[in-house]
Write a protein that binds this ligand. Sequence first.
Ligand SMILES: [Mg+2]
Length: 398
Amino acid sequence: VRITRIATALLAGNFEWLLVRVETDEGIHGIGEAHWGAGVEDAVHRLGDLIVGEEARDIDRLWRRMYLATSGVPWAGAVVAAANGIETALFDALGKWSGMPIYRLLGGRYRDRVRIYADCHAGRATVPPPASRSEADGWHETYAPDADYRPEAYAQRAIWAVERGFDAIKFDLDVPSRLERDPHNRRLSNAHLDELIAIVAAVRDAVGPAIDIAFDCHWHFDKSSAIRLARALEPFDLLWLEDPVPPENIDAMARVAEATATPICTGENLYLREPFHRLLAAGAADIIEPDFPRSGGFLEFRRIADLADGWYVPVAPHNVGSPVATIAAAHLGAAIPNFLAIEFHAIDVPWWQQLVRGDAATIVDGHLAVPDGPGLGIELDESVGRDHLKAGSSWFGA
Ligand SMILES: [Mg+2]
């Protein structure tokens, strides 16, 4: 089975969703998704040129070929995301060729549906809408117009998500605050700390003890502020506190994790296995959150998950992707023992589910059934995809 062509389609979701299509001389094609970012689409085409004509089923060898051919630049960022999109598409094609779902190719499944947690926002999302969307066209249509970051707004939104079937939810805790004296020095004032505690208390009070709640700090605080915050939140039994300090200094993150009983989760901006190896060995994470479309691919993610399992650390894949990336992560979630939950960040994107045909991307009771069909087990709905192409992009070159 030879690779004949690699093409892309860039969709304007709440993030950019870069879909990758690998075609073969047997008429089988595969679909993947690369994490968004500057230069990623160009990197997909450059890497694709390296492997056209190659045997499509030698996935690990092709991955290494892409790595060796481009490792003159650091193998991180756009290049890894691009290789990830191609690797996913190759697995989808291999699954179709062999008639097996990807979770089967990864060693079989531990579970036939995977838990999904909802990323929620009170007030405005900290991630602004893409240039193609605006609040005027309903971007924040599900928010009350006067919503703000008061604890009651969080509580209201938490109940909204739980009523939609989710029993695990996450909020941003690094939202704008009048009580933040200086947004650059990372210092948490006493009054600001009290405000954050009130937000968490309101969410816990609203949903009760049976719902898992997590909070993301997006690398916002200094080390001692992060420790104070994490300790103060211990009575609320969080699922996790995410990225309380900047991610580059793993030892600083480890000091925070050691100082609190609140589980610390990190890892969304790490590429490939090596930084996870260091993160885990330093004790800097109680839960890791590799982002599938920038982890390196199915095989590399599996290696990361196995490393984490050796430290008795669960894996909760970070995810801001389309159904393609989400369902790819679901196959991994089925196939690794230490899976916890996958993020769902498109609760406000009504066409998210419709990008794939049928109900393959329909989340029921906070879970996604892992497709049983060959490969990823999904088929894209071309008309929905074309309706949301980013300006200047095409549907896989056609
Ligand atoms: Mg995060």
